[in-house]
Design a protein. Structure first.
Length: 87
């Protein structure tokens, strides 16, 4: 999948998060570097987010990258997707 701009990528990541967290309205109060753990993401939500990013962006998470720190913020998710797309 090609992403035209960083803003397009950010919008897609936010929409993906909204579809997979319990309180999607909380995302509207968070900045791109704010800690996403305030959304109450548990292990099941984390796995859903991993699968959703794979399906939406065509990236494959390496086993060693399956770490919640890669999902600590919107920017962290965007950075991983961008770096995976470059490979």
């Amino acid at each position: 999948m090609s992403i035209d701009t960083q803003e397009d990528l950010k919008e897609k990541v936010i929409n993906l998060l909204k579809e997979n967290v319990d309180d999607p309205d909380e995302l509207d109060r968070l900045g791109p570097d704010d800690d996403l753990s305030v959304l109450g993401i548990n292990s099941m939500t984390f796995i859903k987010l991993v699968i959703a990013t794979e399906m939406e962006f065509g990236v494959a998470w390496k086993d060693e990258d399956l770490d919640f720190r890669n999902f600590r913020s919107i920017n962290a998710i965007m950075e991983y997707i961008a770096s995976s797309s470059d490979e």
